[in-house]
Design a protein around this ligand. Structure first.
Ligand SMILES: [Zn+2]
Length: 70
């Protein structure tokens, strides 16, 4: 039998606050008066949102760019 169907070796994210499980989901964020939705990891236990620096910086940059265009 083929037994290769194992759990994908993904990084298990845990909440740094309570140690709860983090799940991907849409999170509403606000920056410079603009609301936007980002897909981020959110703690199922305490609701803490883990915004990865990379994504946050990228998104913030986009927002700043779009604001400057106006
Ligand atoms: Zn938590």
């Amino acid at each position: 039998m083929n037994n290769t169907l194992k759990q994908t070796p993904t990084t298990l994210w845990k909440c740094g606050k309570c140690g709860g499980e983090l799940q991907r989901g849409s999170v509403k964020a606000s920056y410079l008066g603009n609301d936007f939705v980002v897909e981020e990891l959110k703690c199922l236990n305490c609701g803490l949102v883990l915004i990865t620096e990379e994504l946050a910086l990228g998104k913030m940059f986009e927002v700043e760019q779009s604001l400057e265009d106006k």
